[in-house]
Design a binder for this molecule. Structure first.
Ligand code: ADP
Ligand code: MG
Length: 220
């Protein structure tokens, strides 16, 4: 479960301070699909970055408890603990895909696995790759470069990379933002499927209210 209590986030700059989140109290269960909806500038990206511990809060408390009772107090944890939390428990999907363009699909997807190299992992790699290509419905040669892909394919590769280590939390920030309506719908369908079959929590931001009518999930 993810719990935010009295969370405040203020961006400080030369042009003054911007309060992105003001006294936010939210709880998310450990699995399922959750849509975070709001207009541009309402703080969706800020919220996801905080839950992914890519950004710090200024006030309040953020804690994450997993079903195995592993617990992280993100607002008080050390950098080492936060690295562990991100590496083991969170997968990120972005509007811009954030793939390494000159790298192959294989190398992009396996990057999180290779960052954590353990003995014998090399033999496992092909099996893992095959599995996530299947899960993301990618019928494409893994040798191909990321920059040869369509938007929809690129986002599927990004999702494959996000789920390759079976994280409990998948954070998808406007994952359909650069896609046409039909491709976007397919991507939300895929994320929805992952939340159902993988037993993970998918937190997805969007400003597109139409998507919400088509897919069951909690809306914030
Ligand atoms: P959303 O994702 O819903 O569009 P954001 O979380 O990106 O909203 O932004 C929330 C508010 O914080 C906006 O007013 C935005 O201008 C501001 N903001 C976001 N990032 C920064 C930053 N790095 N520096 C200063 N202000 C920022
Ligand atoms: Mg945003």
């Amino acid at each position: 479960m993810i719990k935010l209590q009295n969370v405040e986030k203020v961006y400080k700059s030369e042009n003054g301070n911007v309060t992105a989140l003001n006294d936010i109290n939210l709880e998310f269960e450990s699995s399922g699909m959750v849509f975070v909806v709001g207009r541009s500038g309402s703080g969706k990206t800020t919220l996801l970055n905080i839950i992914g511990s890519l950004d710090h809060i200024d006030n309040g408390e953020v804690s994450v408890t997993f079903p195995n009772e592993d617990e992280y107090n993100l607002s008080a944890a050390s950098e080492k603990e936060l690295d562990e939390y991100r590496n083991l428990h969170v997968g990120f999907v972005f509007q811009e895909y954030n793939l390494l363009k000159d790298w192959s699909i294989r190398d992009n997807i396996l990057l999180p696995v290779r960052q954590q190299y353990t003995e014998g992992a090399e033999q496992e790699e092909e099996k893992i790759l095959e599995q996530v290509l299947h899960e993301t419905d990618l019928n494409i040669k893994p040798e191909r470069k990321a920059n040869e892909l369509s938007g929809g394919q690129a986002q599927r590769v990004a999702i494959a990379r996000a789920i390759v280590k079976n994280p409990e939390i998948i954070l998808a920030d406007e994952p359909t933002g650069n896609l046409d309506a039909e491709t976007g719908r397919a991507i939300v369908g895929l994320l929805h499927n992952i939340s159902r079959t993988g037993g993970s929590l998918v937190l997805m931001t969007t400003h597109n209210l139409h998507l919400l009518h088509e897919f069951p999930g909690q809306v914030y």
